[in-house]
Design a protein around this ligand. Structure first.
Ligand SMILES: [Zn+2]
Length: 266
């Protein structure tokens, strides 16, 4: 996967992400989408992993804590895979709340389970929602509304970062969720509303995975349209999961709520 140019390209990905953060903090823009590659959320402090060389979003969060002295930064990870590198980086701090919705992580990356809830000062600041393969919009949005949204409202982040993995789309050749483009549009509508209610709209979305050439561009456009308050009509079919998958998904949501109840009103 890596080539002679990878190092330089990876530095540009970090630079582009930090540029987006700076533009928001300087109040030049309300929000921004960093269209960068390689992605970052699997990369740990000392190693590359899963197409990721440096963890762009983790560096951006660290930058917000150090340079701007923020005390509460949210990373919402909507990539179909769990962001093991990001979780690992902030597992012991309350200054970064990591929330991830992802497909069953048993095959890859091997972490991202419900009972990984943070440690020491970070206890209660790590939320994993591992959904079954072929999860559809209905279950995904239920998890967003019943778990993600209330926790964000209670944490009151000063800045929202989104790990914008778009590989949960049903046409994606790499991941195994069954989301439609409309689901992403609704997720962005929710995030944009939360950002404007909680942190003066401060939001940076950073591209992660997404390998469906027919849909990545459309979903990014839909996300940017939501972020800029522009109307964009997206045409896509909405897959409906089998009853068995829906039941498994509902069970996951119940279990996440049970575990996170110790820290949040969910
Ligand atoms: Zn992914």
């Amino acid at each position: 996967m890596a080539s002679r140019e990878s190092f330089e390209v990876a530095l540009y990905a970090i630079g582009g992400t930090l540029k987006a953060v700076n533009l928001i903090m300087e109040k030049k823009f309300r929000n921004a989408f960093a269209l960068v590659r390689p992605p970052g959320h699997h990369a740990g402090k000392y190693r590359a992993c899963g197409f990721c060389i440096f963890n762009n979003i983790a560096i951006a969060a660290q930058y917000l804590l150090k340079k701007f002295k923020l005390k509460r930064v949210l990373i919402l990870d909507i990539d179909a895979h769990h962001g093991n590198g990001t979780q690992e980086t902030f597992y012991e701090t309350s200054k970064v709340l990591y929330i991830s919705l992802h497909q069953d992580p048993r095959g890859f990356p091997g972490v991202g389970f419900i009972d990984e809830i943070g440690e020491d000062e970070g206890l209660g600041y790590n939320v994993n929602i591992p959904l079954p393969f072929r999860t559809d919009d209905h279950i995904y949005l239920k998890a967003v509304n019943e778990v993600v949204k209330p926790i964000i409202c209670q944490y009151k982040p000063q800045f929202i970062l989104v790990s914008a993995g778009l590989d949960g789309h049903y046409t994606d050749p790499v991941a195994s969720l069954s989301l439609s483009a409309l689901c992403y549009q609704k997720v962005y509508e929710t995030i944009v509303n939360l950002a404007s209610e909680i942190c003066e709209g401060r939001l940076v979305s950073v591209l992660e995975g997404g390998y469906s050439l027919n849909f990545v561009g459309k979903i990014v456009t839909a996300a940017i349209a939501e972020m800029s308050g522009t109307f964009y009509s997206i045409d896509d079919k909405v897959p409906v999961a089998k009853e068995r998958i829906r039941k498994q998904g509902e069970k996951v949501i119940r279990e996440v709520r049970k575990v996170q109840k110790a820290f949040w009103d969910v």
